[in-house]
Design a protein around this ligand. Sequence first.
Ligand code: UDP
Length: 310
Amino acid sequence: MNIVITGGAGFIGTHLVEKFLEKSHNVIVVDNLLTGLKANLDNFTKSKNFSFIDLDVQNHIQIDGEVDYVLHLASAASPKAYTDNPINTLKAGSIGTINTLGLAKAKHAKYLLTSTSEVYGDPEISPQPESYWGRVNPNGVRSMYDEAKRFAEAAVSSYNRIYNIDSRIVRLFNTYGPKMKLNDGRVVTNFIVQALNGEDITIYGKGNQTRSFCYVSDTVAGIIKAMDSESNEVFNIGNPNEITILQLAETIVQLTESKSGVNYQELPDDDPTQRKPDISKAKNILDWKPDIGLEEGLNKTIGWVKANLN
Ligand code: UDP
């Protein structure tokens, strides 16, 4: 197959490219390297099945020849990255989604959008099923990301209804693992770097907010199952193992055998208080569930951070 992956130089995108190349597909990555890294693609450039287009998805995407799959991942995705790049984030989710849908339409390709648990905002119910409409601040500090992804979901749904685009949407919950950027402010990498350096762990707020962390190989397996399936549904892809941020800090300190203490800092505005996916739909329709437990995944990630810490 010929597979176009926008955002293929990013954290999750890189793992996805690797999987598709392993299966001998042709992969074309479209990425503007705003948050993705060219170095992530270095392992692939040897492959005759790989090509890279240095392009922002807010521009017209010209691909010659047939395309079977379009996967639209391109977007700044960490709170630091999207608040640092608000306009680009809005355009990647809106114009970028329309452009990638246009590509899928022109090529009669299957389409997948990576959406986010952020579409649930600060949820009133837990766990969050796909049927929950969310509670999002439409103009708050996270709105450039949350609303861009909500627009993107609306665009995919409309193209599916009007043009019969063979589309699916996956809502990714917090994902972690090797190849995360060490400086993009996400909690898992922040805590591991701090623990390894013996610095205090920065806990925002009291640390009683919860997240559910999914190891990247599980997330990628879920994306591929959704893409391969005949279903045009929306799927939560995440690990329902919910923990508080304080528990995460304690686990990382213990696994790294660190002596780090804790440094409590102000909680950012609109930081969601809880996050836990209901994954029964992905289990039932895609036969997918995560396999890697938190300690196993953290140990792999710690090993990778150690090897990449300068
Ligand atoms: N967080 C923290 N310390 C850090 C980084 C993040 O306490 O150094 C908290 C943050 O406030 C949030 C959670 O960890 O409640 C997850 O943050 P992240 O930026 O990884 O992603 P989010 O799930 O908020 O999009």
